[in-house]
Ligand binder design. Structure first.
Ligand SMILES: NC(=O)c1ccc[n+]([C@@H]2O[C@H](COP(=O)([O-])OP(=O)(O)OC[C@H]3O[C@@H](n4cnc5c(N)ncnc54)[C@H](OP(=O)(O)O)[C@@H]3O)[C@@H](O)[C@H]2O)c1
Length: 302
């Protein structure tokens, strides 16, 4: 079978992309892929030292890569607004927004905006960022928003009565909720963009199980087992980035597709169109989540 690979991405040189969390793991490999084919990439990172190190590493491989760093902390709404302002001052248009940055199963923590930390970083920050960048995305031809979801979206649902952990907290369930929210958001964003005749499409992708720093907050039991399980079940971050690269670059996609690994249970493999859980396709739930998100981030769009 002829699977998608980066070599199939044609005529992308000079396009402009933003990758959040570009300094590590999937974001780093996505940025490297963009650099390889001449895409100007803005590395949206919270730690400038790490970002600079990652940029230098990519420049060693692709000395002509055009990489820029703009700081962002997705867990702080004011930082997201500042990022969008800085980006718009420096660039007139945007072709690809990859909403990649994420944390998993962190201990209970609230942001200064009063949001639960995993929901804030993985979902609410990206919801606001996307809204603020719609005007610059609309200036490019067939631009894209790519959200990051996970197999974990199947573990839960959206609990509207406890979105910010007012009534209890379970790290695993809140990670699942945040990744389901990213999926619902991408599908609904694409529907809204199509209905309003925008020139932008939204996609969603997941890297299966990939070797990155994401697992640092896993319970001790899993950490103990991971040297045995990870080699069997997981793939490299470079392979894990392929679904994200495909969602960002494949011109044969229509919009609204979910891309993930082809293998058993979607743990690893080639980047193919995959299906998501029924919870993610409920349009009423999607509109309710959209409205709640607009309220919580204080910004309305579409
Ligand atoms: N790895 C997997 O198996 C897997 C599976 C399913 C989904 N995913 C998704 O893939 C995405 C990338 O994760 P990864 O596996 O590459 O993990 P990773 O290696 O831990 O990278 C996460 C990136 O996000 C950044 N980040 C975290 N919080 C941030 C914040 N508040 N503001 C700005 N940047 C922030 C991190 O920055 P620092 O370096 O400063 O911490 C890092 O650059 C996530 O959305 C994750 O949910 C991963």
């Amino acid at each position: 079978m002829n699977f998608w690979s980066l070599s199939k991405a044609k005529n992308k040189e000079g396009k402009i992309a933003i990758v959040t969390g570009a300094n590590a793991g999937i974001g780093f490999e996505t940025t490297k892929g963009f650099a390889k084919i001449g895409i100007i990439t803005i590395m949206a990172c919270r730690n400038l030292e790490k970002a600079k190190k990652a940029k230098d590493e990519i420049l060693k491989i692709y000395p002509n890569a055009r990489l820029d760093i703009i700081p962002i902390d997705l867990a702080e709404l004011s930082s997201v607004k500042e990022f969008a302002k800085t980006f718009k001052k420096k660039y007139d248009s945007l072709d690809i927004l990859v909403n990649n940055a994420g944390v998993m199963m962190t201990p209970l923590q609230k942001t200064s905006d009063g949001l639960e930390y995993q929901m804030a970083t993985n979902y609410f920050g990206h919801f606001l960022l996307t809204g603020l960048l719609i005007p610059v995305l609309e200036k490019s031809f067939r631009s894209r928003v790519v959200n990051l979801s996970s197999i974990a979206h199947k573990w839960g649902d959206i609990h509207f009565d406890n979105l910010n952990a007012e009534k209890g907290y379970n790290p695993r369930k809140f990670y699942a909720q945040s990744k389901l929210a990213c999926l619902i958001f991408a599908y609904h964003l694409d529907r809204k963009l199509v209905n309003k005749n925008y020139n932008i499409h939204a996609y969603v992708a997941h890297p299966g199980v990939s070797k990155t720093n994401l697992m640092q907050h896993l319970p001790k039991f899993f950490k103990f087992l991971s040297p045995i399980l990870m080699p069997l079940l997981s793939q490299s971050a470079k392979r894990g980035a392929l679904p994200i690269l495909r969602a960002s670059l494949d011109d044969t996609l229509n919009g609204g597709e979910y891309i993930g690994p082809s293998g058993k249970k979607q743990y690893k493999g080639h980047p193919v169109i995959v299906d998501s859980d029924y919870h993610s396709k409920d349009e009423e739930k999607a509109e309710r989540l959209w409205k709640v998100s607009e309220n919580l981030v204080g910004f309305n769009y579409l």
